[in-house]
Design a protein around this ligand. Structure first.
Ligand SMILES: Cc1ncc(C[n+]2csc(CCOP(=O)(O)OP(=O)(O)O)c2C)c(N)n1
Length: 371
């Protein structure tokens, strides 16, 4: 008889799943290495980040899945609603359901027992699996997710894995390594505004390039400067612009430019961790740093006094970085396709009209253009 882990991996392969974004749970410790052997896997540092990466992979033509602990759904809920449910983006999620079946960790109880009601209230489809012979429900959940373009959570009880004879891998060995980082940074008085920076980007992209624009004013400014089908305007899911860009870059050959913001990057620095780790050569993050949450009234962020975003990128393993203060420096860095461009700008918003496209229209034309 097959181990349940093998059955799950076969189901995913039969459903042509080509990317798995994972974060561990003790109950799936035998599933994860088997998955990694069979399907391209991204190890996450926070589940919400996986929602962005998987959305990007789907928009680029992939069929991603997430494999996580059920508690991670608590970290994902805003992204699932403001990204997946808003743009109609599928995402099958296999969640190891903690807190209910033979659960000894008290911290799992409160979320675990309420989880079905939370998903129900959030309008997120789910299926519960209580035993190994119900595993083929995963097929239906994946079909349901991709055919109806929405997330579908499969809550898998720990009882499913109880009789498994799958090997659990030995811990990895730590590889000794050295890091020598010489970093000098000078933040000068900014000369550009965000609009100038976006104008430079819009001027250098060629027809095949992708631009992901952060939510709020950056999206409106890009729409105002140069609307194109391969512009993806974000309307919510703050913090996930660079994650969506990474998912796209991993699945597509085109160059992907992300217009991100200091507030958004500090909300989800995990996006930089994943970029540093998976390091696709076709991704450029332009961190437009106005030292403020510009879109909500220019309240100051931690880059105002404390954090250097270029150093943060380097700390996350992104080697190819640069700081720019002028449009000429920005243009040069963009033409060199530098991975992380820290662009210092004044906190000024240009008044632009609302984008007259629905989320679904933005997605449909983007996906049509990418084919
Ligand atoms: C989870 C969440 N918290 C807060 C907001 C409100 N909000 C929308 S845009 C934004 C500011 C983004 O700032 P930044 O990334 O620095 O970009 P900027 O607008 O300055 O270009 C905030 C706080 C939100 N949409 N989602």
């Amino acid at each position: 008889m097959k181990n349940p882990e093998q059955i799950v991996v076969e189901i995913l392969k039969n459903n042509k799943i080509d990317l798995a974004a994972t974060l561990p749970c003790d109950r799936i410790k035998a599933l994860l290495p088997l998955l990694e052997k069979n399907i391209k896997t991204i190890s996450l540092t926070r589940e919400e980040n996986g929602v962005g990466i998987c959305a990007g992979a789907y928009l680029g033509g992939g069929r991603p899945v997430m494999v996580i602990q059920s508690t991670g759904l608590g970290n994902m809920i805003n992204a699932l609603l403001s990204l997946n449910l808003t743009y109609n983006i599928p995402l099958p999620i296999l969640a190891s359901w903690r807190g209910v079946y033979k659960e000894s960790i008290e911290a799992q109880w409160q979320f675990g027992k309420r989880l079905p009601a939370i998903l129900e209230a959030a309008g997120i489809k789910f299926t519960a699996i209580e035993s190994q012979n119900e595993l083929d429900k995963i097929n239906d959940a994946i079909n349901n997710s991709f055919s109806n373009a929405h997330p579908h959570v499969v809550l898998i009880s720990p009882s499913v894995w109880e009789c498994s004879l799958c090997d659990v891998p030995e811990p990895l060995e730590i590889i000794p390594r050295k890091l020598e980082l010489e970093f000098k940074s000078e933040i000068k008085k900014p000369e550009m505004i965000r609009y100038d920076a976006i104008k430079i980007l819009a001027g250098i992209v060629d027809g095949d390039d992708i631009i992901i624009a952060n939510l709020g004013i950056p999206s409106k400014e890009l729409y105002d400067i140069k609307d194109r089908e391969l512009n993806l305007y974000m309307l919510g899911s703050m913090g996930l612009a660079s994650s969506i860009g990474l998912g796209l870059a991993l699945i597509q050959k085109r160059h992907v430019y992300v217009i991100d913001g200091d507030g958004s990057l500090l909300m989800n620095p995990n996006s930089l961790t994943a970029i540093g780790e998976y390091n696709p050569g076709n991704l450029t993050v332009i961190a437009i740093d106005n030292a403020a949450y510009g879109s909500t009234g220019n309240q100051k962020t931690a880059t105002c006094s404390q954090i250097d975003l270029e150093l943060l990128a380097k700390a996350n393993g992104i080697k190819d970085t640069v700081k720019v203060h002028t449009t000429a420096e920005l243009k040069e860095a963009l033409l060199r396709k530098v991975s992380f461009i820290h662009a210092l700008v004044k906190p000024v918003n240009v008044k632009c009209r609302e984008i007259p496209l629905s989320a679904n229209e933005i997605k449909q034309r983007f996906m049509k253009a990418i084919r």
